[in-house]
Write a protein that binds this ligand. Structure first.
Ligand code: FE2
Length: 365
């Protein structure tokens, strides 16, 4: 059967204009002609869902991810991410020994999986990152966006082009109310443990002409070793960036900084197939703004305020796609055209097992 691309149905009142289901494909046995269709569809629809892929091996997941960027071969955060104890990413990732580009993520205790034994997974909980957490007794009913981000090391390695996620075990049933808690009154009804996506293209499109000119001509400088630098920082309740309260680690407490590894990236990244422009900024890792006239904005609070104002409208409820994971779902997404966030709070006995793969790109943005 030939591959079929079925765009997600549009919900009334929704601004979500991305996402499609791919039918009649087995990722474990992917033919070249099928990949060409998938490649085109990924850049057109940004998020692709393949159902019934629980049998897919870590190697096949890696190979499909790599096919979007053939010269890439290292995990997006490098080989040493799970051994860098001070990084905020450290507790969330377990590397598969035979295919180290693929990570196991999720929640709960797993006796055996792909050469890993007796591992305890921990779904990132907003209380570990947000300044003000939801009260303990409301924790199973209410949740937050944990951290909006692009999958990227943002130091020494360019952002991966795509990320793949495979749902192996998914606890069933519950839904939660996601609170923005930013005074807007915004809320979102979400399935437990959803992954939330917003389009960087919509984020760009809804800007004023003046804002578009600013983002088209300015660049963002990211902090060196950003995930260690921000390890003591605390997030806004929207998960969209950090409070400025002097908690960033000073340079002398970071690993050696190599100046040529510091990344200064455009704010706007172009879709290689459609040519559409996307506002792509990792709000928690930003350090400075370089303007077109050579002026550098290095006041951290000012930088964060500017970026928050640009991004916040496009994470409003009607712009968010919250995927309702089923076991066997394989999601491939355009990491250079979307922002995404972990969501949800699991009970101790709710076991969730996912595999994730993305690859640092040798190609800049
Ligand atoms: Fe991610």
């Amino acid at each position: 059967m030939t591959v079929m691309i079925k765009p997600f149905p549009r919900r009334p009142g929704s601004h979500v204009d991305f996402g499609a289901e791919v039918l009649h494909v087995d990722i474990e046995n992917l033919e070249d002609k099928d990949f060409d269709v998938i490649h085109e569809a990924l850049y057109k629809h940004q998020v692709l869902l393949f159902r019934g892929q629980k049998h897919v091996s870590p190697e096949a997941q890696y190979q499909l991810t790599k096919r979007f960027d053939p010269a890439s071969d290292t995990y997006g955060h490098g080989k040493d991410v799970s051994s860098s104890k001070n990084s905020i990413l450290h507790p969330d990732l377990k590397t598969i020994p035979s295919v180290p580009q693929v990570q196991v993520i999720g929640h709960g205790f797993v006796k055996e999986l792909e050469g890993l034994h007796n591992i305890r997974l921990r779904h990132p909980h907003h209380r570990t990152f947000h300044r003000d957490a939801i009260a303990e007794d409301k924790d199973l009913d209410f949740t937050r966006f944990y951290r909006w981000h692009i999958d990227a090391a943002l130091y020494g390695r360019y952002p991966p082009k795509v990320t793949t996620l495979l749902a192996i075990s998914v606890p069933k049933g519950r839904r939660q109310t996601l609170l923005y808690d930013d005074g807007s009154g915004d809320t979102l009804d979400v399935p437990l443990g959803t992954t939330a996506f917003v389009s960087g293209e919509s984020m760009y499109e809804r800007l004023s002409d003046e804002e578009k000119h600013f983002v088209d001509t300015s660049r963002i400088e990211y902090a060196p070793h950003p995930y260690i630098w921000m390890s003591q920082c605390r997030s806004f309740p929207t998960g969209l960036g950090l409070y400025t309260e002097g908690r960033e680690l000073p340079e002398e407490q970071l690993p050696l900084i190599e100046q040529d590894k510091i990344q200064i990236l455009p704010m706007v990244w172009k879709n290689p197939v459609t040519g559409k422009r996307a506002l792509q900024i990792h709000p928690s890792a930003i350090r400075k703004i370089h303007k077109a006239d050579g002026l550098v904005i290095d006041d951290l609070k000012a930088v964060r305020d500017i970026v928050y104002k640009l991004q916040r409208p496009a994470i409003s409820p009607s712009y968010v796609y919250a995927h309702d994971w089923q076991e066997g779902d394989f999601v491939l997404f355009h990491n250079r055209g979307l922002l995404h966030s972990v969501v949800g709070a699991f009970a101790d006995d709710e076991v969730r097992i996912f595999r994730q793969c993305n690859l640092a790109s040798p190609v800049g943005v």
